[in-house]
Design a binder for this molecule. Structure first.
Ligand code: NAD
Length: 350
C-alpha cells in the first residue's frame, strides 16, 4: 500500500439557521473589511438575509453556468473597482465558480455559502468557458478559506433540482473510487458520502422543507467534494465535462450518466464495487444506485435534457483522449459510443 494523500486546508462550519453569525465570525477571522458578495438574482434574498453583519462594499449578481470568460472578467473588474478584500459567495456551483474565477487572478480569499449539493466549495478546481470550450484547472488560491453550511438555506431548492444536484454529489463519490489518485483515505470519505446522500435525498423527497434530510445531503455533498478533490476526475467526470461543454445541464447530466459508468466499471473493479454496494446497503453497487434513483424519480435519459444524438460522434472523439489511464474497464470508441447511446435513450444500464 503506497500512496500520497493531500488534505486541503479549509475551515468548515455547519450552522443550521445561523449562517449570518458564522459568516460574521469567518469574515472577522480573515480580517475582511471590504467584502464583495456574489449571489445570482434568484438567491439575492437569501444572501441579503445572511450578509447584513458584514462590511459589504459590493453586491454582484451577474452569474451564469460554467463561468463564461466575459462574465468572469466583468466580476474581476468590479472587485478591483470596489477594492474588495474578500468574497462571500452565496449560491450553487455556478456562483462559487465565479468567486473562484476572481480568486484565480486577484487572489482574494473566499467564504462560500453553498445552497445546492454541487460541492465546488470544497475543491481547488476552477472552470471557465469560452464558447463551447470548458477549461478547468487546479489552483490552491481558489479553494475557499471557509465554508458555511446552513441547511435552512437549501429548503427553497426545488425537489427536482435537489435530486439532480444530490446525484451530482453521489457521482463524485462513486467516481472517486477509481479516479487517478484514489486511495484508502478518499475512498473512506466517498463511502461515507454515499451513505449520507442515500439517507438524505429520499428524506428531502418525502419532506422537502424538513431539515434532517437537507443536513444529511449537505454532509454528503461536502464529503463527496473532498473525496473528488483528492482523488481527481475519473471516467464519469471526463464524460460529463465534455457533455457540459456541449451545453447540457450540469447536475442532470451527472445524474443520467452515472449508472452507465458504474455498469461499465463495476465488473472490472470488484473491490470498489463492493465498497459502493456496502455503502448503499445493497447486494451490488448498481442495484443500490438504481434503487435510489427509482426512489428519487431521478433524471433518466440525456434526450430529455436537450442532448441531440447526432452529437455523439463528436463527444466520443473528445472523451477518448482524456479517459484516465487507470480506468478499471477498457474504454474504446465503440464502448463510449454504446454508453452515450444508452444514456441518450435511457435504456437499462445492465
Ligand atoms: P447552479 O449553481 O447553476 O444552480 C442551479 C439552479 O439552482 C440555479 O437556477 C440557481 O439559481 C438555483 N438555486 C441555487 N440554490 C438555490 C436555492 N437554495 N433555492 C432555490 N434555487 C436555488 O448549479 P449547481 O448544480 O449548483 O452547480 C453547477 C456548476 O458548478 C457547474 O458549472 C459545474 O461545473 C460547477 N461545479 C464545479 C465543481 C468544482 O469543483 N469546481 C464541482 C461541482 C460543480
Amino acid at each position: 500500500m503506497r500512496f500520497t494523500h493531500e488534505t486541503l486546508a479549509q475551515r468548515v462550519r455547519f450552522a443550521p439557521g445561523d449562517a449570518a453569525g458564522a459568516l460574521a465570525d469567518e469574515a472577522a477571522r480573515l480580517g475582511a473589511s471590504r467584502v464583495m458578495v456574489i449571489a445570482a438574482p434568484a438567491e439575492a434574498g437569501l444572501a441579503g438575509r445572511i450578509t447584513g453583519g458584514l462590511p459589504v462594499v459590493l453586491v454582484h449578481d451577474e452569474v451564469a453556468m460554467h463561468v463564461p470568460v466575459p462574465i468572469a472578467e466583468r466580476a474581476r473588474a468590479a472587485a478591483t473597482g470596489a477594492a474588495a478584500d474578500a468574497i462571500v459567495c452565496v449560491g450553487g456551483g455556478s456562483t462559487t465558480g465565479l468567486a473562484k474565477a476572481i480568486a484565480l487572478t486577484l487572489g482574494l480569499p473566499i467564504i462560500a455559502v453553498p445552497t445546492t449539493y454541487a460541492g465546488s466549495e470544497a475543491t481547488d478546481v476552477w472552470g471557465l468557458t469560452e464558447g463551447a470550450r470548458k477549461t478547468t484547472g487546479v489552483a490552491a488560491r481558489v479553494l475557499p478559506r471557509a465554508v458555511v453550511y446552513d441547511a435552512t438555506l437549501t429548503r427553497s431548492l426545488p425537489v427536482g433540482l435537489s435530486v439532480a444536484s444530490g446525484l451530482n454529489a453521489l457521482a463524485h463519490c462513486v467516481d472517486a473510487m477509481w479516479a487517478p489518485r484514489a486511495d484508502p483515505v478518499n475512498a473512506a470519505l466517498a463511502a461515507e458520502g454515499i451513505r449520507a446522500l442515500a439517507a438524505g435525498l429520499p428524506a428531502i423527497v418525502d419532506e422537502p422543507a424538513g431539515l434532517p434530510g437537507r443536513e444529511q445531503a449537505l454532509v454528503g455533498a461536502y464529503l463527496s467534494a473532498v473525496a473528488f478533490a483528492s482523488a481527481g476526475s475519473g471516467l464519469h467526470h471526463k464524460i460529463c465535462h465534455v457533455l457540459g461543454g456541449l451545453g447540457l445541464p450540469h447536475a442532470a447530466t451527472h445524474a443520467v450518466v452515472l449508472p452507465y459508468v458504474l455498469a461499465l466499471n463495476a465488473p472490472a473493479a470488484p473491490a470498489a464495487a463492493g465498497r459502493i454496494a456496502r455503502a448503499f446497503g445493497s447486494p451490488t453497487a448498481l442495484d443500490g444506485l438504481q434503487a435510489l434513483r427509482r426512489r428519487l424519480d431521478a433524471p433518466r435519459a440525456l434526450r430529455d435534457h436537450g442532448f441531440d444524438d447526432s452529437l455523439i460522434p463528436e463527444a466520443v472523439e473528445a472523451i477518448l483522449p482524456v479517459v484516465p489511464a487507470n480506468n478499471p474497464a477498457a474504454v474504446t470508441a465503440a464502448v463510449l459510443d454504446r454508453l452515450l447511446h444508452d444514456a441518450w435513450e435511457g435504456t437499462d444500464p445492465r
